[in-house]
Ligand binder design. Structure first.
Ligand code: ATP
Ligand code: MG
Length: 415
């Protein structure tokens, strides 16, 4: 007995409206990002494992338990990309672009994480991401957030998302806060989840990001980041807030918001919705001035975000096809060739058309409805003889006679 073939767990075949929703989100994001000066790039879907291990951090969920890592036939240690930033920075370094700052890059494509599949959480999912490199001005953080906001707004989601922002400060502030967290969590170490015990010495900030319920209770009374920020970190964050205010972008400060990855500093932000259950974050990012040098490049400022296309696709209704096709319906065999030629001629003029290859008139009209055709052009022996076709407007059922030689100009003005 042959086994029934299915897409792997956590993956999805995209078709119909779901595909259109993805394409719409991508088109909107591309078009708006271009107005902000972003250049598209595409990096490989797999990279050397070290690209992610070194940057995302050994104690992160991604590196710890979510990566699709394998050895290829040549023995190279490779990983399907779990996110886009590390690969983008690797590309900048590999292509010798580190002196070409500032650089604004955007990418889109599939990402892979071994997670428990649920609504808005897949093992293969799609992100659109932007990275602005080489500018440490706080208004770049503002501009990057504004870009995300404009995309969400254009998708009709401005009222369904909330922007949460926080600062995780500069290195000095983070060191001070790190120590405070170690002092706080160490006496209760046994009550922490296994993962968080591991994080305690390596990266205690991560504990704040833990999804474990028990951890969350302990996190409630943990020291506040605010109390450990130095002046520089505070004023940087204040400027970001002023910039958002000046653009009338609403936000909430969430002092518990930390990004799950190792390379972030200063601004962290997320656009969240309550519409998708636990998978509420639709766009997330922040500043990552430490990343480029961590990967072997020069000290370079960076800000970026990534949005999850699946999660947004669950929230929007994709626009329908704007131009509906013309269905050619040959009535009898002799008219087939003329119908075929007409279909081809319409397409040459940029008018969508379709011809049903088999079946009686009823069946062919059914197909016309199925493909959402606007019109059915019926041509049989009589029509061929008279040179006049019957054009049926499918929504109203109204029929007209149009000279076959006029059909192209008729549809050119009508579609
Ligand atoms: P979460 O807390 O939901 O696991 P994350 O912090 O792991 O998110 P990021 O690495 O910041 O997510 O990725 C940016 C965005 O990509 C997320 O906000 C989300 O919209 C989307 N995303 C992340 N993981 C998945 C997934 N497994 N399936 C679908 N979308 C995802
Ligand atoms: Mg995650």
């Amino acid at each position: 007995m042959s086994e029934k073939l299915q897409a792997p767990r956590g993956t999805q075949d995209l078709m119909g409206d779901e595909y259109r929703a993805h394409a719409h989100i991508t088109a909107v994001a591309n078009q708006i990002a271009e107005t902000y000066g972003y250049e598209p790039i595409a990096t490989p879907i797999f990279e050397s494992t070290s690209v992610f291990k070194r940057t995302i951090g050994e104690t992160s969920d991604i590196v710890g338990k979510e990566m699709y890592t394998f050895q290829d036939r040549g023995g190279d240690d490779l990983t399907l990309r779990p996110e886009g930033t590390a690969g983008a920075i690797r590309a900048v370094i590999s292509n010798g672009l580190t002196q070409n700052m500032p650089l604004k890059l955007m990418y889109t494509g599939p990402m892979f994480r071994y997670e428990r599949p649920q609504l808005g959480r897949r093992r293969q999912f799609h992100q659109i991401g932007v990275e602005c490199l080489g500018v440490s001005h706080p208004y770049v953080d503002v501009e990057t957030i504004a870009l995300g906001y404009q995309i969400l707004k254009t998708l009709g989601l401005a009222d369904r998302v909330v922007l949460e922002i926080n600062t995780i400060g500069d290195t000095e502030s983070r060191q001070a806060y790190r120590q405070a967290l170690i002092n706080y969590f160490t006496p209760m170490k046994d009550k922490l989840s296994h993962d968080s015990q591991d994080r305690l010495m390596r990266n205690p900030l991560r504990i704040l990001d833990s999804k474990d319920e028990g951890d969350r209770v302990l996190v409630k009374d943990a020291p506040q980041f605010e109390d450990y920020l130095n002046e520089l970190s505070k004023s940087f964050f204040a400027e970001v807030c002023v910039g958002l205010d000046s653009l009338n972008i609403p936000y909430q400060i969430n002092r518990r918001l930390v990004r799950g990855l190792d390379y972030y500093n200063h601004t962290a932000f997320e656009f969240v919705t309550t519409d998708l259950g636990a998978q509420g974050t639709v766009l997330a990012g922040g500043r990552y001035d430490g990343l480029m040098s961590q990967m072997g490049g020069p000290e370079t400022a960076g800000v970026g975000w990534a949005l999850g296309i699946e999660r947004l696709a669950l929230m929007i209704t994709p626009p329908q096809q704007t131009s509906r096709p013309v269905a050619l319906v040959p009535v009898g065999d002799t008219a087939f060739a003329s119908c075929f030629d007409l279909a081809m001629a319409l397409r040459q003029q940029g008018i969508a058309s379709d011809i049903a290859y088999s079946g009686n008139v009823g069946k062919r009209l059914k197909r016309a409805n199925k493909i959402n055709a606007g019109w059915a052009v019926m041509i049989g022996d009589d029509e061929l003889a008279s040179g006049v076709a019957v054009v049926k407007t499918l929504d109203s059922g109204e029929q007209k006679n149009i000279a076959i030689s006029d059909l192209i100009s008729y549809f050119k003005s009508d579609t």
